[in-house]
Design a protein around this ligand. Structure first.
Ligand code: ADP
Length: 387
């Protein structure tokens, strides 16, 4: 606890994943205490935030206990029921982002309806309740559960009516709606991040290109190479408009498709620091984590611009049998003294996000090579340090 003559607001963070862990760094730098609700005593963020409670984020009493005495509550994930968040607001805790904004990141159906109401370019969509509806919508298409999906789970690429069966089973078992979307022929995926404070100040990060494998983000290049300036500005304006219209506070990540015919369409929204913003820890003047913290405290935001011409972020996704991550340091750090490595304190499981590396510099190919090599090395993909 800070000394009594130095009063400072405590920020409650719900969820003990790597995003909460990475929020702890700017919080320590800024002298802002965090109080964490973690899933378990060994959760990624519980390892670095001393003031933590272990409990269930769907239990209102636990949420009340964690937020008691805190000025603000924010999130590592989007899974806290909005009814509970309204109850916390009524108890006088500032919930940032608030439940009426957050629901758009929880429910893809609510998000699609809101964006079409705002006239924001998005893939054509429809709610479907039978395989026949899917055929009527048009094949091929993409089916998505409106809630509960992440990292590509809850998303099906459907070519035939028969292939829709599994999606309907999953949706019915989970008691959620199913959404059909046109399958967008995209050139690549982009992400536009903004931080927005309750006072309405907004900081827009450079638009980045992200690569996904099996629905998991693997690599991000900041800024998106060869992105037409008009399209970059359009993507930033879309993100700023969504943040303002939905009343988002903190970081909003807008995942976009850049279509082959040069348009940007919104894929989905996240209202928390996002994997496509991790590059900013080392490549921007103010990281997304610091700006998230500043925003939820309604402090003036920091400059979001890049510090280097290029930053490449590559996630560490271990292969089976990978060596402990710490063992990767001697080679990776000796080979590239400008590399920045971020490890999350998680057990290794094949394909699990356990860390990432950032390489920044003047030359994109060099940054790509350095970041890809280091991530592959930590992931156990390279048998030999000389590769
Ligand atoms: P998640 O909630 O798991 O992140 P997304 O809705 O972002 O799910 O979908 C995961 C991935 O599936 C996207 O990153 C994209 O590569 C692909 N995808 C999603 N929607 C579409 C679409 N309408 N057309 C083409 N590809 C899509």
């Amino acid at each position: 606890m800070p000394p009594a003559d130095q009063p400072v607001p405590t920020v409650a963070v719900i969820g003990g994943g790597q995003l909460a862990r990475m929020l702890a760094e700017p919080a320590a730098v800024m002298g802002v205490p965090l109080r964490l609700l973690a899933e378990g005593p060994d959760a990624s963020a519980a390892q670095v935030i001393a003031d933590h409670v272990v409990g269930d984020h769907t239990d209102l009493d636990t949420l009340r206990e964690v937020t008691a005495g805190c000025a603000v509550v924010t999130f590592d994930h989007e899974h806290v029921p909005t009814g509970h968040l309204h109850a916390l607001e009524e108890a006088g805790v500032a919930v940032r982002p608030g439940p009426d904004a957050l629901v758009h990141a929880q429910d893809k159906g609510v998000m699609r309806e809101a964006l079409s109401g705002l006239g924001i370019a998005s893939p054509r969509y429809s709610f479907v309740s039978s395989p026949r509806d899917v055929r009527a919508f048009g094949l091929p298409c993409v089916l998505k559960t409106t809630r509960g999906g992440y990292d590509g789970k809850g998303v099906w690429f459907i070519d035939t009516e028969a292939e829709a069966a599994e999606a309907f089973e999953v949706a019915a078992a989970a008691g959620v709606r199913l959404l059909a979307e046109e399958r967008v022929d995209f050139r690549r995926e982009l992400s536009a991040l903004v931080a927005r404070s309750p006072s309405g100040q907004v900081a827009a990060y450079p638009v980045v290109a992200s690569t996904q494998r099996d629905g998991i983000c693997t690599e991000v290049v900041a800024p998106a190479p060869d992105l037409a300036p008009a399209l970059a500005m359009q993507a930033q304006q879309i993100a700023m408009r969504i943040a303002a219209e939905l009343g988002v506070t903190g970081i909003l990540a807008v995942e976009l498709f850049e279509t082959v015919d040069g348009r940007v369409l919104v894929n989905e929204l996240a209202m928390r620091p996002h994997n496509t913003g991790h590059w900013s820890q080392d490549g921007a003047v103010t990281s997304q984590f610091e700006n998230h913290l500043r925003a939820v405290l309604d402090l003036p935001l920091g400059a979001p611009e890049a510090r280097a011409p290029w930053t490449v972020m590559v996630n560490i996704l271990p292969v089976s049998g990978a060596a402990p991550l710490y063992d990767g340091y001697p080679h990776a750090l000796a080979r590239d003294p400008r590399l920045r490595v971020h490890l999350y304190g998680k057990s290794l499981r094949p394909g699990r996000k356990v860390g990432h590396v950032n390489a920044y510099g003047e030359d994109l190919d060099d940054c790509l090579k350095r970041a890809r090599h280091a991530a592959a090395w930590f992931a156990g993909e390279l048998g030999d340090a000389s590769e």
